[in-house]
Design a protein around this ligand. Structure first.
Ligand code: ADP
Ligand code: GN1
Ligand code: MG
Length: 361
Protein backbone atom coordinates (compact mmCIF):
# COMPACT_ATOMS: atom_id res chain seq x y z
CA UNK A 1 0.00 0.00 0.00
CA UNK A 2 1.32 3.46 -0.88
CA UNK A 3 2.40 5.77 1.92
CA UNK A 4 -0.12 8.41 0.77
CA UNK A 5 -2.98 5.86 1.02
CA UNK A 6 -1.80 4.86 4.48
CA UNK A 7 -1.94 8.49 5.56
CA UNK A 8 -5.47 8.90 4.22
CA UNK A 9 -6.58 5.79 6.12
CA UNK A 10 -4.81 6.96 9.27
CA UNK A 11 -6.84 10.14 9.04
CA UNK A 12 -10.04 8.07 8.63
CA UNK A 13 -9.13 6.13 11.79
CA UNK A 14 -8.83 9.37 13.73
CA UNK A 15 -12.53 9.91 12.99
CA UNK A 16 -13.10 6.85 15.16
CA UNK A 17 -10.70 8.29 17.75
CA UNK A 18 -8.07 5.68 16.92
CA UNK A 19 -4.42 6.54 16.31
CA UNK A 20 -2.82 3.70 14.36
CA UNK A 21 -0.76 2.41 11.47
CA UNK A 22 -2.57 0.30 8.87
CA UNK A 23 -2.07 -2.78 6.69
CA UNK A 24 -4.25 -4.40 4.01
CA UNK A 25 -5.98 -7.49 5.42
CA UNK A 26 -8.19 -10.46 4.42
CA UNK A 27 -9.33 -12.19 1.25
CA UNK A 28 -12.93 -11.09 0.65
CA UNK A 29 -14.35 -10.46 -2.83
CA UNK A 30 -16.35 -7.37 -1.89
CA UNK A 31 -15.07 -4.87 0.69
CA UNK A 32 -11.58 -3.43 1.29
CA UNK A 33 -10.37 -4.64 4.66
CA UNK A 34 -7.52 -3.14 6.72
CA UNK A 35 -5.93 -4.07 10.00
CA UNK A 36 -5.30 -1.23 12.46
CA UNK A 37 -2.15 -2.20 14.30
CA UNK A 38 -2.94 -0.20 17.42
CA UNK A 39 -3.27 -1.74 20.87
CA UNK A 40 -5.97 -3.03 20.96
CA UNK A 41 -6.26 -3.81 17.27
CA UNK A 42 -9.22 -2.97 15.04
CA UNK A 43 -10.58 -3.84 11.59
CA UNK A 44 -11.30 -0.92 9.27
CA UNK A 45 -13.40 -1.56 6.17
CA UNK A 46 -14.33 0.53 3.19
CA UNK A 47 -17.81 -0.64 2.23
CA UNK A 48 -18.21 -1.51 -1.45
CA UNK A 49 -20.90 0.97 -2.49
CA UNK A 50 -21.10 -0.50 -5.97
CA UNK A 51 -22.52 -3.63 -4.30
CA UNK A 52 -24.23 -2.02 -1.29
CA UNK A 53 -26.02 1.02 -2.66
CA UNK A 54 -27.34 2.09 0.75
CA UNK A 55 -24.49 1.63 3.25
CA UNK A 56 -26.46 3.40 6.00
CA UNK A 57 -29.06 0.64 5.78
CA UNK A 58 -26.36 -2.04 5.92
CA UNK A 59 -24.92 -0.51 9.09
CA UNK A 60 -28.36 -0.15 10.68
CA UNK A 61 -28.88 -3.90 10.20
CA UNK A 62 -25.45 -4.78 11.57
CA UNK A 63 -25.84 -2.61 14.67
CA UNK A 64 -29.28 -4.05 15.43
CA UNK A 65 -28.32 -7.66 14.82
CA UNK A 66 -25.05 -7.53 16.79
CA UNK A 67 -26.83 -5.82 19.73
CA UNK A 68 -29.51 -8.51 19.74
CA UNK A 69 -26.94 -11.31 19.66
CA UNK A 70 -24.70 -9.50 22.16
CA UNK A 71 -27.49 -9.33 24.76
CA UNK A 72 -28.14 -13.07 24.39
CA UNK A 73 -24.46 -13.90 24.76
CA UNK A 74 -24.25 -11.78 27.91
CA UNK A 75 -27.33 -13.44 29.38
CA UNK A 76 -25.86 -16.87 28.87
CA UNK A 77 -22.59 -15.80 30.51
CA UNK A 78 -20.56 -15.61 27.28
CA UNK A 79 -18.05 -12.99 26.10
CA UNK A 80 -19.94 -10.63 23.82
CA UNK A 81 -16.77 -8.88 22.65
CA UNK A 82 -15.51 -12.16 21.25
CA UNK A 83 -18.62 -14.08 20.22
CA UNK A 84 -20.14 -11.35 18.08
CA UNK A 85 -18.85 -8.43 16.03
CA UNK A 86 -18.68 -5.05 17.80
CA UNK A 87 -19.16 -1.86 15.81
CA UNK A 88 -16.98 1.07 16.93
CA UNK A 89 -18.75 4.40 16.61
CA UNK A 90 -17.20 7.58 15.19
CA UNK A 91 -16.46 10.58 17.40
CA UNK A 92 -19.93 11.85 16.38
CA UNK A 93 -21.59 8.64 17.52
CA UNK A 94 -22.25 7.25 14.01
CA UNK A 95 -21.75 3.65 12.92
CA UNK A 96 -19.83 4.71 9.79
CA UNK A 97 -17.73 7.59 8.51
CA UNK A 98 -18.44 9.09 5.10
CA UNK A 99 -15.55 11.01 3.53
CA UNK A 100 -15.70 13.88 1.00
CA UNK A 101 -15.61 11.42 -1.91
CA UNK A 102 -18.59 9.44 -0.62
CA UNK A 103 -16.49 6.52 0.59
CA UNK A 104 -18.07 4.78 3.58
CA UNK A 105 -15.86 3.35 6.31
CA UNK A 106 -16.68 1.31 9.39
CA UNK A 107 -14.64 0.04 12.29
CA UNK A 108 -14.90 -3.21 14.26
CA UNK A 109 -12.97 -4.55 17.22
CA UNK A 110 -10.39 -7.07 16.02
CA UNK A 111 -11.14 -10.51 17.40
CA UNK A 112 -7.78 -11.63 18.73
CA UNK A 113 -6.39 -15.15 18.75
CA UNK A 114 -8.72 -16.13 15.93
CA UNK A 115 -8.34 -16.89 12.24
CA UNK A 116 -10.39 -17.53 9.14
CA UNK A 117 -9.74 -20.27 6.58
CA UNK A 118 -10.01 -19.94 2.82
CA UNK A 119 -9.80 -23.68 2.44
CA UNK A 120 -10.81 -26.62 4.65
CA UNK A 121 -7.72 -28.29 6.05
CA UNK A 122 -9.61 -30.90 8.06
CA UNK A 123 -13.31 -31.89 7.62
CA UNK A 124 -13.92 -31.34 11.35
CA UNK A 125 -13.50 -27.60 10.70
CA UNK A 126 -16.77 -27.83 8.81
CA UNK A 127 -18.49 -29.29 11.85
CA UNK A 128 -17.43 -26.19 13.80
CA UNK A 129 -18.31 -23.90 10.89
CA UNK A 130 -21.80 -25.47 10.72
CA UNK A 131 -22.29 -25.16 14.45
CA UNK A 132 -21.28 -21.48 14.40
CA UNK A 133 -23.64 -20.59 11.55
CA UNK A 134 -26.35 -22.76 13.16
CA UNK A 135 -25.98 -20.90 16.48
CA UNK A 136 -26.10 -17.57 14.64
CA UNK A 137 -29.35 -18.66 13.00
CA UNK A 138 -30.77 -19.84 16.33
CA UNK A 139 -29.81 -16.62 18.17
CA UNK A 140 -31.68 -14.59 15.55
CA UNK A 141 -34.76 -16.82 15.48
CA UNK A 142 -36.67 -14.31 17.66
CA UNK A 143 -35.46 -11.22 15.76
CA UNK A 144 -38.27 -10.17 13.51
CA UNK A 145 -37.22 -10.30 9.85
CA UNK A 146 -39.33 -7.28 8.92
CA UNK A 147 -37.09 -5.06 11.10
CA UNK A 148 -34.23 -5.64 8.67
CA UNK A 149 -33.45 -3.69 5.52
CA UNK A 150 -33.07 -5.76 2.36
CA UNK A 151 -29.50 -4.66 1.62
CA UNK A 152 -29.41 -6.34 -1.80
CA UNK A 153 -32.86 -6.94 -3.21
CA UNK A 154 -33.47 -10.52 -4.46
CA UNK A 155 -29.96 -11.52 -3.40
CA UNK A 156 -30.70 -15.26 -3.42
CA UNK A 157 -33.65 -15.24 -5.76
CA UNK A 158 -32.21 -17.83 -8.11
CA UNK A 159 -34.79 -17.37 -10.93
CA UNK A 160 -33.98 -13.63 -10.93
CA UNK A 161 -30.27 -14.50 -11.06
CA UNK A 162 -31.09 -16.56 -14.17
CA UNK A 163 -32.78 -13.50 -15.66
CA UNK A 164 -29.65 -11.45 -14.93
CA UNK A 165 -27.56 -14.05 -16.73
CA UNK A 166 -29.92 -14.00 -19.70
CA UNK A 167 -29.57 -10.22 -19.78
CA UNK A 168 -25.76 -10.48 -19.65
CA UNK A 169 -25.81 -13.00 -22.53
CA UNK A 170 -28.07 -10.74 -24.57
CA UNK A 171 -25.93 -7.63 -23.96
CA UNK A 172 -22.55 -9.38 -24.26
CA UNK A 173 -21.03 -6.15 -22.92
CA UNK A 174 -17.42 -7.34 -22.76
CA UNK A 175 -17.68 -9.28 -26.03
CA UNK A 176 -16.76 -12.54 -24.30
CA UNK A 177 -19.76 -14.70 -25.14
CA UNK A 178 -17.87 -16.82 -27.66
CA UNK A 179 -15.43 -17.83 -24.89
CA UNK A 180 -18.21 -18.96 -22.56
CA UNK A 181 -20.63 -20.82 -24.83
CA UNK A 182 -20.28 -24.16 -23.04
CA UNK A 183 -20.88 -22.53 -19.65
CA UNK A 184 -23.96 -20.68 -20.90
CA UNK A 185 -25.33 -23.94 -22.30
CA UNK A 186 -24.73 -25.64 -18.92
CA UNK A 187 -26.43 -22.77 -17.09
CA UNK A 188 -29.52 -22.99 -19.28
CA UNK A 189 -29.77 -26.78 -18.94
CA UNK A 190 -29.60 -26.64 -15.13
CA UNK A 191 -32.17 -23.84 -14.98
CA UNK A 192 -34.65 -26.60 -14.11
CA UNK A 193 -33.55 -26.42 -10.47
CA UNK A 194 -33.60 -22.62 -10.13
CA UNK A 195 -37.08 -22.18 -8.61
CA UNK A 196 -37.14 -25.16 -6.24
CA UNK A 197 -36.58 -23.03 -3.11
CA UNK A 198 -38.34 -19.82 -4.17
CA UNK A 199 -41.44 -21.79 -5.16
CA UNK A 200 -41.65 -23.41 -1.72
CA UNK A 201 -41.23 -19.99 -0.09
CA UNK A 202 -44.09 -18.65 -2.24
CA UNK A 203 -46.23 -21.68 -1.27
CA UNK A 204 -45.56 -20.94 2.44
CA UNK A 205 -43.83 -24.31 3.04
CA UNK A 206 -40.42 -22.76 3.56
CA UNK A 207 -40.52 -19.89 6.10
CA UNK A 208 -38.71 -16.59 5.71
CA UNK A 209 -36.19 -16.24 8.55
CA UNK A 210 -33.35 -13.92 9.46
CA UNK A 211 -30.39 -15.40 7.60
CA UNK A 212 -26.74 -14.55 6.98
CA UNK A 213 -26.81 -15.19 3.23
CA UNK A 214 -23.03 -15.37 2.73
CA UNK A 215 -22.01 -18.40 4.74
CA UNK A 216 -18.53 -18.89 3.31
CA UNK A 217 -16.04 -20.69 5.51
CA UNK A 218 -13.92 -17.52 5.63
CA UNK A 219 -16.84 -15.65 7.17
CA UNK A 220 -16.38 -17.60 10.41
CA UNK A 221 -13.56 -16.87 12.82
CA UNK A 222 -12.00 -19.91 14.51
CA UNK A 223 -10.21 -19.94 17.85
CA UNK A 224 -6.48 -20.48 17.26
CA UNK A 225 -6.15 -22.66 20.38
CA UNK A 226 -9.29 -24.78 20.40
CA UNK A 227 -10.06 -24.70 16.62
CA UNK A 228 -13.72 -24.17 17.51
CA UNK A 229 -15.83 -21.46 15.87
CA UNK A 230 -15.70 -18.12 17.71
CA UNK A 231 -18.08 -15.92 15.77
CA UNK A 232 -19.74 -15.15 12.46
CA UNK A 233 -18.48 -12.11 10.54
CA UNK A 234 -19.27 -10.33 7.24
CA UNK A 235 -22.79 -9.33 8.26
CA UNK A 236 -23.55 -7.07 5.26
CA UNK A 237 -26.05 -9.50 3.80
CA UNK A 238 -27.93 -10.39 6.99
CA UNK A 239 -31.50 -10.09 5.70
CA UNK A 240 -34.79 -11.90 5.53
CA UNK A 241 -34.06 -15.14 3.66
CA UNK A 242 -34.26 -18.91 3.83
CA UNK A 243 -32.26 -21.16 6.12
CA UNK A 244 -31.66 -23.21 2.97
CA UNK A 245 -29.62 -20.34 1.55
CA UNK A 246 -27.27 -20.48 4.52
CA UNK A 247 -27.02 -24.27 4.49
CA UNK A 248 -26.50 -24.55 0.74
CA UNK A 249 -24.09 -21.65 0.35
CA UNK A 250 -21.84 -22.90 3.14
CA UNK A 251 -21.57 -26.29 1.41
CA UNK A 252 -20.94 -24.77 -1.98
CA UNK A 253 -17.70 -23.37 -0.62
CA UNK A 254 -16.90 -25.66 2.30
CA UNK A 255 -17.62 -29.10 0.84
CA UNK A 256 -15.71 -28.47 -2.38
CA UNK A 257 -12.52 -30.51 -2.72
CA UNK A 258 -10.65 -27.48 -4.06
CA UNK A 259 -10.81 -23.73 -4.08
CA UNK A 260 -13.35 -21.58 -5.88
CA UNK A 261 -10.71 -20.36 -8.35
CA UNK A 262 -8.96 -23.67 -9.07
CA UNK A 263 -8.19 -23.98 -12.81
CA UNK A 264 -7.49 -27.73 -12.78
CA UNK A 265 -11.05 -29.08 -12.74
CA UNK A 266 -9.86 -32.65 -12.13
CA UNK A 267 -9.21 -31.44 -8.57
CA UNK A 268 -12.82 -30.34 -8.04
CA UNK A 269 -15.60 -32.55 -6.66
CA UNK A 270 -18.18 -32.43 -3.89
CA UNK A 271 -16.85 -34.10 -0.76
CA UNK A 272 -19.47 -36.09 1.16
CA UNK A 273 -17.38 -36.29 4.31
CA UNK A 274 -17.29 -32.51 4.45
CA UNK A 275 -21.03 -32.43 3.74
CA UNK A 276 -21.64 -34.74 6.67
CA UNK A 277 -19.52 -32.67 9.05
CA UNK A 278 -21.24 -29.40 8.15
CA UNK A 279 -24.72 -30.96 8.31
CA UNK A 280 -23.94 -32.45 11.73
CA UNK A 281 -22.81 -29.08 13.15
CA UNK A 282 -25.48 -26.89 11.56
CA UNK A 283 -28.39 -29.21 12.27
CA UNK A 284 -27.34 -29.79 15.89
CA UNK A 285 -28.31 -26.14 16.46
CA UNK A 286 -31.29 -25.82 14.12
CA UNK A 287 -33.03 -29.17 13.61
CA UNK A 288 -35.84 -28.53 16.10
CA UNK A 289 -37.20 -25.58 14.17
CA UNK A 290 -37.09 -27.01 10.62
CA UNK A 291 -40.25 -27.54 8.58
CA UNK A 292 -40.68 -30.73 6.55
CA UNK A 293 -40.11 -28.84 3.30
CA UNK A 294 -36.86 -27.37 4.66
CA UNK A 295 -35.68 -30.81 5.74
CA UNK A 296 -36.42 -32.26 2.34
CA UNK A 297 -34.65 -29.49 0.46
CA UNK A 298 -31.40 -29.46 2.48
CA UNK A 299 -29.37 -31.55 -0.03
CA UNK A 300 -30.79 -29.78 -3.07
CA UNK A 301 -30.03 -26.38 -1.50
CA UNK A 302 -26.31 -27.13 -1.95
CA UNK A 303 -26.87 -27.68 -5.67
CA UNK A 304 -29.04 -24.60 -6.08
CA UNK A 305 -26.74 -22.24 -4.20
CA UNK A 306 -23.71 -23.55 -6.11
CA UNK A 307 -25.57 -23.12 -9.39
CA UNK A 308 -26.62 -19.61 -8.40
CA UNK A 309 -23.08 -18.57 -7.52
CA UNK A 310 -21.82 -20.10 -10.79
CA UNK A 311 -24.27 -18.10 -12.89
CA UNK A 312 -23.41 -14.92 -10.94
CA UNK A 313 -19.70 -15.43 -11.75
CA UNK A 314 -20.63 -16.14 -15.38
CA UNK A 315 -22.83 -13.04 -15.69
CA UNK A 316 -20.06 -10.91 -14.15
CA UNK A 317 -17.54 -12.36 -16.61
CA UNK A 318 -19.85 -11.49 -19.52
CA UNK A 319 -20.49 -8.01 -18.11
CA UNK A 320 -16.74 -7.28 -17.85
CA UNK A 321 -15.99 -8.08 -14.17
CA UNK A 322 -17.82 -5.21 -12.56
CA UNK A 323 -19.01 -6.94 -9.36
CA UNK A 324 -16.55 -9.48 -7.88
CA UNK A 325 -12.94 -8.44 -7.30
CA UNK A 326 -10.72 -10.32 -9.77
CA UNK A 327 -6.99 -10.98 -9.56
CA UNK A 328 -6.28 -12.37 -13.05
CA UNK A 329 -7.72 -12.61 -16.56
CA UNK A 330 -10.70 -14.99 -16.83
CA UNK A 331 -10.92 -15.20 -13.04
CA UNK A 332 -14.72 -15.09 -12.98
CA UNK A 333 -14.96 -17.66 -15.79
CA UNK A 334 -12.62 -19.97 -13.85
CA UNK A 335 -14.76 -19.50 -10.74
CA UNK A 336 -17.90 -20.29 -12.75
CA UNK A 337 -16.30 -23.50 -14.05
CA UNK A 338 -15.52 -24.83 -10.55
CA UNK A 339 -19.09 -24.10 -9.47
CA UNK A 340 -20.57 -25.91 -12.48
CA UNK A 341 -18.28 -28.90 -11.98
CA UNK A 342 -19.61 -29.07 -8.42
CA UNK A 343 -23.24 -28.75 -9.55
CA UNK A 344 -22.88 -31.78 -11.85
CA UNK A 345 -21.24 -33.78 -9.06
CA UNK A 346 -23.80 -32.78 -6.41
CA UNK A 347 -26.59 -33.88 -8.75
CA UNK A 348 -25.14 -37.40 -8.80
CA UNK A 349 -24.77 -37.45 -5.00
CA UNK A 350 -28.20 -36.13 -3.95
CA UNK A 351 -29.52 -39.52 -2.76
CA UNK A 352 -26.45 -40.16 -0.69
CA UNK A 353 -26.72 -36.63 0.75
CA UNK A 354 -30.33 -37.30 1.80
CA UNK A 355 -29.23 -40.44 3.63
CA UNK A 356 -26.53 -38.50 5.45
CA UNK A 357 -28.89 -35.63 6.33
CA UNK A 358 -31.45 -38.05 7.78
CA UNK A 359 -28.97 -38.96 10.53
CA UNK A 360 -29.13 -35.43 11.95
CA UNK A 361 -32.79 -34.39 11.71
P1 ADP B 1 -15.56 -9.26 2.60
O1 ADP B 1 -16.96 -8.75 2.65
O2 ADP B 1 -14.75 -8.54 1.61
O3 ADP B 1 -15.53 -10.74 2.44
P2 ADP B 1 -15.02 -9.64 5.47
O4 ADP B 1 -15.87 -8.81 6.38
O5 ADP B 1 -15.37 -11.07 5.32
O6 ADP B 1 -14.90 -8.91 4.03
O7 ADP B 1 -13.52 -9.52 6.02
C1 ADP B 1 -12.41 -10.04 5.30
C2 ADP B 1 -11.50 -10.86 6.23
O8 ADP B 1 -11.01 -10.03 7.30
C3 ADP B 1 -12.19 -12.03 6.93
O9 ADP B 1 -12.21 -13.20 6.15
C4 ADP B 1 -11.38 -12.16 8.23
O10 ADP B 1 -10.23 -12.94 7.99
C5 ADP B 1 -10.92 -10.75 8.53
N1 ADP B 1 -11.77 -10.07 9.54
C6 ADP B 1 -12.88 -9.32 9.29
N2 ADP B 1 -13.39 -8.83 10.43
C7 ADP B 1 -12.61 -9.27 11.45
C8 ADP B 1 -12.60 -9.07 12.89
N3 ADP B 1 -13.52 -8.32 13.49
N4 ADP B 1 -11.63 -9.67 13.61
C9 ADP B 1 -10.67 -10.43 13.00
N5 ADP B 1 -10.61 -10.64 11.66
C10 ADP B 1 -11.56 -10.08 10.89
C1 GN1 C 1 -18.90 -12.69 -2.09
O1 GN1 C 1 -17.82 -10.97 0.40
P1 GN1 C 1 -17.52 -12.42 0.23
O2 GN1 C 1 -16.21 -12.69 -0.43
O3 GN1 C 1 -17.71 -13.14 1.54
C2 GN1 C 1 -20.39 -12.54 -2.36
C3 GN1 C 1 -21.11 -13.86 -2.10
C4 GN1 C 1 -20.52 -14.94 -2.99
C5 GN1 C 1 -19.02 -15.02 -2.74
C6 GN1 C 1 -18.36 -15.97 -3.70
C7 GN1 C 1 -22.20 -9.50 -1.08
O4 GN1 C 1 -18.69 -13.01 -0.73
O5 GN1 C 1 -22.49 -13.74 -2.38
O6 GN1 C 1 -21.11 -16.20 -2.71
O7 GN1 C 1 -18.37 -13.72 -2.91
N1 GN1 C 1 -20.95 -11.50 -1.50
C8 GN1 C 1 -21.76 -10.55 -2.02
O8 GN1 C 1 -17.09 -16.27 -3.25
O9 GN1 C 1 -22.12 -10.56 -3.20
MG1 MG D 1 -16.09 -12.26 3.70
Amino acid sequence: MMESDKNILKEICSQFDIDTSIEIYGNGHINDTYLCESAPRFILQRINTNVFKKPEKVMENIVNVTRHIGKKIEKSGGDRLRETMTVILTKDGKSFYKDDENNYYRMYTFIENSMSYDFVENPVQLYHCGKTFGKFQAMLSDFSANKLNETIVDFHNTPKRVNQLEEAVKNNLANRLAKAEKEVEFAYYYKKYADKITQKIADGDVPVRVTHNDTKLNNVLFDKDTNEGVCVIDLDTVMPGSLLYDFGDALRFGAASGSEDETDLSKIWFDLEKYEQFAKGFLSETKDCLTDAEKELLPLSALIMTYECGIRFLADYLNGDTYFKIHRENHNLDRCRTQFKLVADIEKKLDKMSEITAKFI
